[in-house]
Design a protein. Structure first.
Length: 249
């Protein structure tokens, strides 16, 4: 039987995954998957009166709430008390993030859960995929290192730069926690990804989640533009089939 190739060093493997994430973030920021036109608010209208903002907060409930369930399962697969402690903190963070978004939407008189109970397929696909991952390194590379890393770069950083008041719950309550979550992903990769076989599996997950995040971002931009133009995102969701092109609707 032929021997497996040698694994990359921890540093080289992390550099490879970082380069993959950086390329995806560059594509997102440069408009390959659409631009966040919801940041433009020349009239100074309050967030609660802007349907695209209400939609984006409703959409944001999905990843925060679902992460609390994912993490509660993944923490059982770890044998490192320090990582268990840090992930326990992250579970609290994700539950807090869910609550601040839900509380803000309720304050605005909006339903917090239309895209939790009936998700937008392109947005939920990455989470469905990550939920299948059994090894903690595969899960945390997708969720924390790639997913949260791209969310911070593509959505939260522009929110903080261009309209921090409208997105106060993100900028003040959610954004400060994200670097800590990304670091958990990095440390789990460093701890476990020491064999060629596991590096191959983690590499595949990282590439898949990066692609799915970009497609989910593209759908989110199109649905937000639809809301901004006076359309109903829930009706648009119901009109398109699984895997359909939103832009063609």
């Amino acid at each position: 039987m032929a021997a497996s190739p040698n694994p990359l060093s921890t540093e080289a493997f992390l550099d490879e995954l970082t380069a993959l994430r950086t390329k995806a973030a560059h594509d997102l920021r440069s408009g390959v998957y659409g631009q966040p036109t919801f940041l433009a608010n020349p009239d100074g209208t309050e967030g609660q009166r802007r349907p695209e903002i209400v939609f984006l907060l409703q959409l944001g409930v999905y990843p925060e709430y679902r992460e609390t369930h994912f993490l509660s399962r993944q923490v059982q697969r770890l044998d490192d008390v320090d990582l268990v402690y840090r992930i326990g903190q992250q579970i609290f963070d994700e539950a807090k993030h869910t609550k601040v978004l839900v509380d803000q939407l309720r304050e605005w008189g909006a339903d917090p859960f239309p895209f939790w109970e009936q998700p937008i397929y392109q947005w939920s696909a990455a989470f469905d995929y990550m939920d299948k991952q059994i090894h903690p390194a595969e899960y945390f590379v997708g969720s924390n290192f790639i997913g949260e890393g791209l969310f911070l770069a593509s959505l939260m950083a522009p929110m903080a730069q261009h309209d921090p008041e409208t997105f106060r719950v993100y900028v003040e309550e959610i954004m400060p926690d994200e670097p800590r979550h990304i670091a958990i992903g990095k440390d789990i990769i460093a701890k476990y990804c020491t064999t060629f076989e596991l590096q191959e599996r983690v590499r595949r997950v990282a590439g898949t989640v990066a692609k799915q995040y970009c497609l989910g971002f593209e759908a989110a931009m199109q649905f937000a533009a639809h809301a901004k133009a006076g359309g109903n995102p829930a009706e648009l969701r119901d009109r398109i089939g699984v895997g359909s092109q939103v832009a063609a609707v």
